[in-house]
Ligand binder design. Structure first.
Ligand SMILES: [Zn+2]
Length: 139
């Protein structure tokens, strides 16, 4: 057993209900599903968060998510699907092996997101431009 439960699942040293596997990614049922059919998609190689992933690894995760998501619509008859990545403690990440949540949605399922107090608040264009420039400059 390693110190990472997701690495243990990849190594088949911990049980999981696997729904998808390819050379780079693994998809399995969340142990504590937010809704019925909640799936976790992980890179097989350990990376604590998105920034630690080798560049391009996100493409394998997204591709697997698309395939699994399509199958979830068919098999679960879900009405929608949330892709959720909690990256970092303040974003709610609890297991520090990068992962994508695929949360199937059903009418009145009780799952949702909470916006901060005061939302929505219109931000002046010059502030949006400043923030955009900051991100662009970091790319
Ligand atoms: Zn790991």
């Amino acid at each position: 057993m390693s110190e990472c439960v997701f690495c243990d699942i990849v190594a088949k040293q911990a049980p999981a209900s696997v729904v998808y596997e390819d050379h780079h990614t693994l998809g399995f049922m969340d142990f504590y599903p937010a809704t019925t059919g909640h799936v976790i998609v992980i890179p097989k190689a350990h990376a604590s968060n998105l920034a630690a992933l080798p560049l391009g690894a996100e493409e394998s995760i997204a591709s697997a998510g698309r395939k699994i998501g399509d199958a979830m619509y068919t098999s679960l008859q879900c009405e929608g699907l949330n892709w959720v990545v909690a990256d970092g403690v303040v974003a709610g990440q609890e297991i520090f092996h990068a992962h994508l949540h695929l949360v199937p949605r059903y009418t009145n399922d009780g799952f949702g997101f909470r916006y901060p107090p005061g939302y929505p608040q219109e931000i002046p264009r010059d502030q949006l431009d400043d923030t955009a420039s900051s991100i662009l400059n970091a790319l």
